[in-house]
Design a protein around this ligand. Structure first.
Ligand code: ADP
Ligand code: MG
Length: 392
């Protein structure tokens, strides 16, 4: 049941073959950027909160070469079409949709004053799309890194992550926080990326214990309401903050939310309770890790899931089911903590477990989930890995 992660160099070599098949010459540049999984701190990166994701060892790879024309031609293993972009113009949203992430990133470079030379590029990936593992942020960060290689420049890591976040806002219409692009850009092997979303500063937190394994269980469902649902949640948090009369969620206490429960009204009061609770849970989790008290993560992850399910209402039947199965396996079966991860409405759960039980836990999660839903989930283990970089 436990799927293996394709080696990065195999994805690159696959992408290079895809490139030469499609364009008839060889790619000379290759960039990779990882997806991410969030251990704790959900839906609070746009609320000045703390979040604690890591870059997973699954990647989007962009390979390509300059083509001596004023156009970019881009193609992906997931699509037969070649998107042609006129680089003499400022990029705008267009078709095909998947190429908008690339247009957004190119636009970011154009807005910085760069003239992009014509190029051909091909995309391959080991990150399941729409699974809450941020294939979109990985695509943006891989493209930005590819352009750095093409232009022979290097942006600051923070500048690159923010440019990619803006591409997601303006070209994919997702008003996301900074977590996904930060994790993909700043990731390091054996490190979690603890982000203070108020200051925009990431801190790398050691996560090296080989006796711990992080399992990612992709429910394989993606509910359509996600697009509007994400923006609406963000709006609720903005409205809540305004009613409370503070300029940052970091200055709001649980008591203040309780005191204003009626004025906030439903569902904004529950959204507010999630934000404030999740910020303190994430800080508690970071402290626990620093103290080597990994067992403390269990109750924190459980409370995070319950809050996302009941107060923030971004879970769904399939995520709850996957979490319930892991909870039933329990601490005696090697499960330390489990929760939904990512934006929700489908996607994946994250389960922290003892490495020696990882195979049996994955087998049970897979079998029980399939028995209940008829859907075969995708389950793999992940270790923190290196953020966006050029290869060679
Ligand atoms: P997530 O970021 O959680 O994976 P999103 O819906 O934000 O989900 O992003 C998924 C979108 O990213 C896809 O619909 C597609 O447009 C784009 N994408 C992901 N992987 C690829 C790929 N390998 N090639 C081209 N586009 C991709
Ligand atoms: Mg995304």
């Amino acid at each position: 049941m436990l799927q293996s992660n394709p080696a990065l160099l195999d994805i690159v070599s696959h992408a290079k073959t895809g490139f030469s098949d499609r364009f008839g010459f060889n790619a000379t540049l290759a960039a990779a950027a990882p997806g991410r999984v969030n251990l704790i701190g959900e839906h609070i990166d746009y609320c000045d909160g703390f979040v604690m994701p890591f870059a997973i060892d699954r990647y989007i790879v962009v390979v390509g070469s300059a083509n001596g024309t004023p156009h970019a031609r881009v193609s992906s293993a997931i699509s037969d079409e070649i998107a042609t972009l006129d680089l003499t113009q400022l990029q705008e949203i267009s078709e095909p949709k998947w190429a908008n992430y690339l247009r957004g990133v190119i636009r970011g470079f154009q807005d910085l004053g760069h003239t992009i030379p014509g190029f051909d590029a091909y995309i391959d990936s080991s990150i399941p799309g729409g699974a809450g593992l941020s294939s979109s942020a990985a695509l943006e960060c891989a493209m930005a890194t590819f352009l750095e290689g093409l232009l022979e420049i290097q942006l600051g890591t923070k500048e690159k992550a923010l440019l990619c976040q803006k591409a997601e806002h303006d070209f994919a219409n997702v008003p996301c926080g900074i977590m996904d692009q930060y994790a993909s850009a700043f990731g390091e092997p054996n490190r979690l990326v603890l982000i203070d979303c108020q200051t925009g500063e990431p801190k790398l937190v050691p996560f090296e214990d080989p006796s711990l394994t992080v399992l990612i269980s992709n429910t394989m469902v993606h509910h359509e309401l996600s697009d509007g649902g994400y923006a609406l949640r963000r709006k609720h948090t903005e409205d809540g903050l305004e009613i409370i009369g503070k300029s940052s969620w970091r200055d709001v206490t649980e008591a203040e939310v309780r005191d204003r429960w009626e004025i906030l009204g439903d569902p904004i009061n529950r959204r507010a309770r999630h934000v404030v609770g999740e910020i303190s849970r994430t800080l508690a989790a970071a402290t626990a890790l620093a103290d080597n008290d990994v067992e403390a993560l269990g109750p924190l992850m459980a409370a995070s899931h319950d809050s996302l399910r009941d107060d923030f209402e971004v879970s769904c039947h399939e995520l709850d089911l996957m979490v319930e199965i892991a909870r039933k396996i329990g601490r005696s079966g090697g499960v330390i903590g489990t929760r939904m991860t990512g934006g929700g409405f489908g996607g994946s759960t994250v389960t922290l477990c003892e490495s020696k039980h990882a195979d049996s836990i994955a087998a049970m999660l897979g079998a029980e989930y399939e028995k209940a839903t008829g859907i075969t989930p995708q389950i793999f283990a992940s270790r923190p890995s290196r953020g966006a970089h050029l290869l060679e």
